[in-house]
Design a protein around this ligand. Structure first.
Ligand code: FE2
Ligand code: FE2
Length: 333
């Protein structure tokens, strides 16, 4: 048989055949990417493309799940029943986003357990923004406005990501994110227009604390982001970090005016020539410090996640026992 005769070949010869086959596959893959085609789970893809996607999608999933924690702190203290219901729905959406994304990553050959083990051991990263505390109710509004707002800016281009399962998950996620942003902005507008001086002060204080971490969400400057070019080549990344950050700043400036808050950047001003706002230098040492695990809440967030996982063990065991029972019943029938 053909396959057997292949097996009798020397390992070097087999390797050469494989390499030649791979070169053809690689060429076909590049052509498809250049033509703007989507890659599906069963299609051939280069190893590095697969690995990059696993890292990006799992980090994204972890961010959705850990992102539930800062807001979860305020569910019991929401100022009205309406705000509580909205916040609960939003947090539930984030759980859903995590689940779509874990499923998308699983299509690349990694298991949910492997991804969660990496998160819980501290090996996997999630968005650093969730390592900041939510000190007042205004923080919940500012997270919706700025953090979900930055997330939308980052995520809309991923709806056109070359890996189809990721792109499909992002379409639904982005629709829900725009609700998140609006609910946050609406909560802030209410505080600014109908609130007391104290409440307006809370909004300004929250904006002061969240502004810089939010614009860091777009990642390092393009010149310091060596992997970006490869991500662009693969159609995973469609718009550069700096371009997205600029778009976000331009939109936020107008929204801040309507809200009546000041953005904490003395260098922020309209640049007629560029047709964009200039803004001050970002303190990247703070960014890397938080990425490195030393933000105000890194340890607390991870510990809460691990505790939730441990305390949920009985639910997973019960679900598996139920599935086994159903399977046995089906076989007996
Ligand atoms: Fe989300
Ligand atoms: Fe969100």
């Amino acid at each position: 048989m053909y396959t057997q005769s292949m097996d009798t070949q020397a390992p070097e010869a087999r390797k050469a055949i494989r390499t030649a086959e791979e070169a053809v596959l690689q060429e076909r893959f590049d052509e498809r990417i250049d033509a703007g085609e989507f890659i599906e789970a069963k299609d051939w893809m280069p190893d590095d493309y697969r690995k990059t996607l696993i890292r990006q999608i799992s980090q994204h999933a972890h961010s959705e799940i850990v992102g539930m924690l800062p807001e979860g702190n305020w569910v019991t203290r929401a100022p009205t029943l309406k705000r509580k219901a909205i916040l609960l729905a939003k947090i539930q959406d984030e759980a859903g986003h995590g689940l779509y994304l874990y499923s998308a990553a699983e299509t690349l050959g990694i298991s949910r357990d492997q991804m969660l083990a990496a998160l819980h051991s501290g090996k996997a990263k999630y968005s650093s923004i969730f390592n900041y505390p939510t000190l007042t109710w205004a923080d919940v509004g500012v997270i919706g406005w700025l953090v979900d707002g930055a997330a939308i800016m980052n995520q809309v281009p991923i709806c056109r990501c070359s890996y189809a399962p990721y792109a499909r998950a992002m379409i639904r996620i982005c629709r829900e994110e725009s609700f998140h942003q609006r609910q946050g902005y609406d909560a802030l507008l209410t505080m600014m227009r109908e609130g007391t001086d104290g409440q307006r002060g809370m909004v300004q204080d929250a904006v002061n604390r969240w502004w810089w971490p939010s614009i860091m969400m777009f990642g390092p400057h393009d010149a310091d982001s060596p992997n970006s070019a490869q991500g662009m080549r693969w159609g995973i990344k469609r718009v550069s970090n700096d371009e997205l950050r600029q778009k976000f700043v331009d939109a936020a400036v107008e929204q801040a005016k309507v809200l009546g808050v000041t953005l904490p950047d003395p260098d922020l001003k309209w640049n007629e020539e560029r047709g964009h706002h200039d803004f001050g230098a970002i303190d990247w040492s703070e960014f890397w410090n938080v990425v490195g695990g030393n933000g105000p809440c890194n340890k607390e967030r991870l510990a809460t996640r691990v505790r939730a996982w441990d305390e949920g063990a009985w639910v997973r065991e019960a679900a598996l026992a139920h599935a086994r029972k159903q399977e046995a019943k089906k076989e007996a029938a």
